[in-house]
Design a protein around this ligand. Structure first.
Ligand SMILES: [Fe+2]
Length: 311
């Protein structure tokens, strides 16, 4: 011991070191308030100016028995671009650059291209067109992209504006319809559904009227809201791609994701099994209100690999 010890019962944390001034209770509390205020400002700054634009690129690998091609299929999954005053086009452009750098075979966009309306739609379309020029690109719409829900939120009363951007970008909008494409010599079935909150989901139409699997093609469904898994369960699919949750947008220690706008909080973020299928929910590129905490924006990559027989 060098003789520096707390003194007195009146909370004076004065040290007996002759060179150090005594720390009074008032001084201690002022310091504590200053530290707390500083931490609060730093925390808010992180939520507002750092994390919302701090793009991640998580990679997942998924084995699907129906994928028989020897070459894996790389899907880039982006969602919730939310072009708006708090999500500038330069942030969306960075996500597009990251996507192209990963050389995906297929690009899937699962809705909420805007928060209210497309500002400079031709510019937005030119940005998105860089995706469709690099790989087959398909999209579905989200609740913010127009319709009854969006109108009540102060957005577009219908989906025409966003659809026009997608048309100009040469991105196929799978609005309650499906297509079969071929990649690496392997046919792949893609199904897209309208948004659930917008009252536009018609799974029967999207799957071509039948609930029975027509063939053994690997099937990927694009649906903005992961809560649609139950409505889609009678139909044949292997992987559901969704967004909508923004990963919770604010993911809090102990509390989890209380603000995620879904009923089933098991499917807020990431690749997870559901019954005998898979669901991938991306935290998206943009955000609402300019805030994120504990769930960085992302461009997700999913590599689908064949299942080899163990003989
Ligand atoms: Fe969204």
């Amino acid at each position: 011991m060098n003789g520096c010890a707390p003194v007195g019962s009146n909370f004076r944390m004065a040290m007996s070191c002759p060179s150090a001034p005594p720390i009074t209770r008032r001084g201690f509390l002022k310091g504590l308030a200053g530290c707390t205020g500083g931490l609060a400002v730093a925390g808010f700054g992180y939520m507002r100016w750092l994390e919302p634009s701090w793009l991640a690129s998580p990679r997942h690998t998924l084995t699907l028995p129906a994928w028989r091609a020897a070459t894996p299929l790389r899907i880039a999954h982006l969602s919730d671009l939310h072009a708006s005053p708090v999500v500038p086009y330069r942030q969306i452009e960075r996500a597009i650059i990251d996507t192209l750098a990963a050389s995906p075979d297929l690009i899937c966009l699962t809705g909420d291209f805007v928060t209210r309306e497309p500002d400079e739609p031709d510019h937005y379309a030119r940005l998105l067109r860089r995706l469709s020029q690099a790989a087959p690109t398909f999209a579905v719409l989200g609740n913010h992209d127009g319709g009854a829900w969006s109108r009540n939120y102060g957005g577009q009363p219908d989906t025409r504006a966003v659809r026009r951007v997608l048309d100009l970008a040469e991105i196929q909008c799978l609005h309650n319809r499906s297509v079969t494409i071929e990649l690496h010599g392997q046919p792949l079935h893609l199904v897209g559904v309208g948004d659930w909150w917008a009252g536009q989901l018609d799974a029967r139409l999207a799957f071509g009227g039948g609930a029975g699997r027509q063939d053994e093609l690997p099937t990927v469904v694009l649906s903005h809201n992961p809560d649609t898994k139950e409505a889609l369960s009678p139909y044949p699919w292997d992987l559901l791609l969704s967004g909508h949750t923004h990963g919770g947008q604010l993911s809090l220690p102990l509390l989890g994701t209380p603000f995620a706008p879904v009923h089933d909080h098991r499917y807020v973020h990431g690749l997870k099994p559901w019954r005998d299928r898979w669901i991938h929910v991306t935290s998206g590129v943009g955000n609402l209100h300019g805030l994120r905490l504990g769930c960085r924006p992302e461009v997700s990559l999913i590599d689908i690999t064949p299942q080899y027989d163990e003989t």
